[in-house]
Design a binder for this molecule. Structure first.
Ligand code: PMP
Length: 329
């Protein structure tokens, strides 16, 4: 019989898929690392597994304990899956900009969800960071803190990075990913730089207004990426370049990924692909660009994939039903 003992045994080893239509005019191949094929539906399954196992090993997380974390959903799903297997309770704290669909998913896995306002600074007592800190002070609670926990970048250094290197047989020349906690780009980037002797160029994609691309944290709508502070999980030495992308371009590209590549993915994927295509335009034909797509699109059906929602922010004209980048740019 061929089976795994638990669904969490399937985390990682995601495929690379060529973007054919969107890069049709380009000579450089653009390959997407499709992370929604992880069992919890996102790249965050990887960090959940490593953070929990490291906390068990260090004694910070004890049997019967509660995991509390501020999360925009994906990290929560990963933690909830691993927690279920190991018998921990989960409480997640989300900003109110996170779609209701995503919160419902967390509750479906058996987690409790607390919702906090987005439009307050991180140090405000109602911010989702402050609320989760207060909860974490209780006895038996452990906060993974994906913004500070070095198991986050380490999981990518030990899994995502080596997978990409092997899958491209060492031919990758550019790696492009969005930056939220910075764990993905720092871990993958460090591995690829080490293994290639500094030959792989690491490009961060960032929402316009976020600190990584020189902004002050001005609100943007794309979820899971960009910050208004500098997390410890982001290694400032790794990125060779940061490309900032507007909400409009991120979301229009996300719709194109579904329509033209049959990849139903989240808004931060459109952002990363917009940056990756701009990198590929400037690259040589022998180069190989890999872009990481963090999650799937089902959690965004009422937003990015909804014409009225898009039009309400001016990303589409009200009579627009298709969604092509050229219509708005
Ligand atoms: N996209 C989405 C949808 C995410 O949830 C995250 C994680 N916050 C990212 C991108 C960014 O990944 P990282 O935290 O590793 O920088």
């Amino acid at each position: 019989m061929e089976y795994v003992e638990h669904v969490t045994d399937l985390v990682g080893n995601t495929p690379l898929v060529q973007l054919n239509t969107l890069s049709a005019e380009l000579e450089t191949p653009v390959l997407a690392k499709v992370e929604y094929l992880n069992p919890g539906g996102s790249v965050k399954d990887r960090i959940a597994l490593r953070m929990i196992e490291a906390a068990e090993a260090s004694g910070e997380l004890r049997p019967g304990g509660t995991i509390v974390e501020p999360t925009s959903g994906n990290t929560g799903v990963g933690l909830a899956m691993v927690a279920q297997r190991k018998g921990y309770r989960c409480v997640f704290v989300c900003p109110d900009k996170v779609s209701e669909d995503k919160r419902n998913v967390l509750e479906a896995y058996g987690a409790e969800v607390v919702v906090c306002p987005t439009a307050v600074p991180p140090e405000h007592p109602d911010s989702y960071y402050s609320v989760s800190d207060r909860l974490a002070e209780q006895d038996g609670y452990w906060k993974p803190n994906q913004y500070d926990n070095q198991s986050n970048p380490e999981s990518h250094y030990h899994s995502t990075g080596p997978e990409i290197w092997e899958q491209t047989q060492g031919r990758i020349t550019h790696f492009v990913a969005g930056i939220g906690t910075g764990g993905t780009i720092s871990g993958v980037g460090r591995y690829l730089k080490e293994v290639s002797g500094g030959q792989v160029r690491i490009v961060g994609a960032d929402p316009e207004g976020s600190v990584y691309s020189g902004g002050k944290g001005r609100p943007y709508l794309v979820e899971g990426v960009g910050e208004d502070f500098w997390p410890n999980t982001y290694d400032r030495e790794i990125c060779d370049e940061i490309v900032s992308v507007t909400d409009a371009n991120s979301f229009l590209m996300t719709r194109e990924l579904a329509r033209q590549e049959a990849l139903l993915v989240g808004g931060s994927c459109g952002m990363a692909v917009a940056a990756a295509l701009s990198v590929a335009e400037r690259a040589d034909p022998d180069d190989v660009v890999v872009v990481l797509l963090p999650d799937g699109g089902r959690g965004y059906l009422t937003k990015v994939f909804n014409d009225s929602w898009m039009a309400s922010y001016g990303f589409l004209s009200p009579d627009h039903t298709g969604g092509s980048v050229g219509d708005v740019l």
